[in-house]
Each structure stands twice: as structure tokens, then as C-alpha cells.
Design a protein around this ligand. Structure first.
Ligand code: SAM
Ligand code: ZN
Length: 284
């Protein structure tokens, strides 16, 4: 719940601390200078200031497809790989404080918190449909709508971990919100990820040099700490394939009829490769 992480959040207008208040039955986050942010009845808060973000974020349909695909467990090894990074010796005595940027349904963040005693998490996404799901994903998660490129509405050095799973990463802001010794963990697809579907559906191909570009983009603030490749085969029904395509942008370009026609051409079940790199960086 938001009340579990309020001490970690910052006002997007003045960067000062915020407190959760009750105002005639409604909840509101208020900073020391008096800037106010209503908590939605679904439990999330929008910490945005100024003009609306130009990033729309994922739609309700994409999130529904993502939730169903992830809940079926197809990406469980990826959740375990991210959780293994967070579950390390904690000398602060305060427990892990985990921010997931572009958290989507909150599936990864919830999985990480489940495996890490005394942890709590902030799930941030630019999509309010995502924030609604994140708010329900785990009892120790607070959900925030914000544009990662406009700055992260978190206190300086508040977090032990920042996670970016198939999502945008803002290295400078991640550095600012991480405590000394904190870690940025980024999950990126390799060129083999979903390769059996890439050609069939005209899905966006991965830039093979993504990991090198990631190292360059983080070098000013972080040192590479660990890199693990995770690759496995998934056995997918046609319904699973519709969901894994539907949770990305391809389905929007293709349209439902073309998607169904192409899925019908695949064997059932279809064997599809999942292949990612988990890169962990330590804060300078
Ligand atoms: C490919 S999805 C990944 C979601 C989740 N991490 C997962 O793997 O299931 C990317 C997510 O990033 C969010 N997103 C896109 N641009 C963003 C931005 N500028 N700031 C915050 N979130 C953003 C989208 O709304 C979407 O939920
Ligand atoms: Zn303020």
C-alpha cells in the first residue's frame, strides 16, 4: 500500500518529503510546501507536475494480455533471475527498498518482494491502467504514475534497487534515488527472444548491440557488477501467442483479424524461445 512507501516518495514539484493525509474520506499526499496529490480510489497516486507526458504508456488491452501471459507462469525464470539480484545481504537493517520503473502489471516487483524478507516496493509507470494493477499486485507495493524521463518522484538515496524490465531506464535519476552500494538491474531481450514469432508477426527486431549501448548509457553513474543470460523454451498455446504478441505494440499495427489468421498458421502448441540478458550495475 501507498502508506508502506510514503517515506520514500518525493514531491514532483519541489522534491521535498510527502505525507499521506485523509481529507474528508479521500486520501491525499501532501508535501511540506503544501503541494497536493490525490490518491485515486484504486490506491495509486499520480506524481506528475507540469505538462502531461508525451509517453502514453501501455493500454488497458495490452495490460490485460500481459497479466494473463505472466500469470500463466511463462516468464517465471525471468522473475527468479531478477529476484536473485535483490535478495542479497542487507547491512542497513532496513530491508530492500525496490523501485520498478515501467512496472506494467507489477508482476516482477511482486515476485521480487515475495522472495525478499522485510522488503517493500514502489511500482512506477506512465500508464494509469498499469498503476491500477500495480496497486493490487502486492501488499507491500505502492503504485505511482510518473514519466521516468521527467524525473523519478523519489527521495535522494531512498532505494536499494532499481529494476527496469523491458522498460525505459533513466540512469541519472536511478543513480540519484539509489543509496550508496545500491543496484540498477536491467533486463533486455537478446536477438533470440521470441525469434519464432518475430518473422511470423513482423514484430520489432531487437538491436543486437543493446547491452553495449546500456553499458555506455550507464557508465557515468554505474559500474557493471554482474551479467547473466537466461534462455529457455516455452510451450505456448495459440491463446498464449495472442497474448504475448498483444502485450507489445505489434498487435496494434496488425489488428485482431490479421493476428488471428497468422496465429492459426502456427503449430499448436508452439515452441517459442525466451532469451534475455540481466545486467546489474552498482552505483558509483
Ligand atoms: C514492455 S512494458 C514492461 C512492463 C513490465 N516491466 C513487464 O515486463 O511486465 C513497458 C512498460 O513501461 C511503461 N512506460 C513506457 N514509457 C514510460 C515512461 N516514460 N515512464 C514510465 N513508464 C513507461 C509502459 O506503460 C509499460 O507498462
Ligand atoms: Zn512540493
Amino acid at each position: 500500500m501507498l502508506s508502506d512507501v510514503t517515506d520514500l516518495l518525493a514531491c514532483p514539484q519541489c522534491a521535498s518529503a510527502v505525507e499521506l493525509e485523509t481529507d474528508g474520506g479521500a486520501k491525499v499526499l501532501v508535501c511540506v510546501l503544501g503541494h497536493r496529490f490525490d490518491v485515486a480510489r484504486q490506491g495509486y497516486v499520480s506524481l506528475v507536475s507540469g505538462a502531461p507526458s508525451k509517453f502514453e504508456g501501455d493500454t488497458s488491452d495490452m495490460l490485460e494480455a500481459r497479466a494473463r501471459f505472466l500469470d500463466a507462469g511463462h516468464y517465471d525464470p525471468l522473475v527468479s533471475a531478477v529476484a536473485a539480484v535483490v535478495d542479497r545481504d542487507d547491512h542497513s537493517g532496513q530491508g530492500p527498498r525496490v523501485l520498478e520503473v515501467g512496472a506494467g502489471t507489477g508482476h516482477y516487483l511482486a515476485g521480487v518482494l515475495d522472495r525478499s524478507a522485510g522488503s517493500r516496493g514502489v511500482g512506477l509507470d506512465v500508464s494509469k491502467y498499469a498503476a491500477r494493477r500495480i496497486a493490487k499486485s502486492h501488499p507491500r507495493v505502492g503504485a505511482v504514475v510518473a514519466d521516468a524521463w521527467a524525473g523519478l518522484p523519489l527521495r535522494d538515496r531512498a532505494m536499494t534497487d532499481v529494476l527496469c524490465v523491458f522498460a525505459p531506464r533513466n540512469a541519472g535519476e536511478s543513480h540519484r534515488v539509489l543509496a550508496p552500494g545500491g543496484r540498477l538491474t536491467v533486463l533486455t531481450p537478446t536477438g533470440r527472444h521470441l525469434s519464432e514469432l518475430i518473422d511470423a508477426f513482423g514484430m520489432v527486431n531487437v538491436d543486437e548491440r543493446k547491452v553495449e549501448r546500456l553499458d555506455a548509457a550507464t557508465a557515468e553513474h554505474f559500474a557493471p557488477a554482474q551479467r547473466t543470460d537466461v534462455e529457455f523454451s516455452m510451450t505456448l498455446t495459440h491463446a498464449d501467442v495472442v497474448r504475448v504478441v498483444g502485450m507489445g505494440p505489434t498487435a496494434r499495427h496488425l489488428g485482431p483479424d490479421a493476428l488471428s489468421a497468422k496465429v492459426a498458421e502456427l503449430p499448436q502448441p508452439a515452441t517459442v524461445t525466451a532469451s534475455v540478458t540481466v545486467s546489474t550495475y552498482e552505483r558509483h
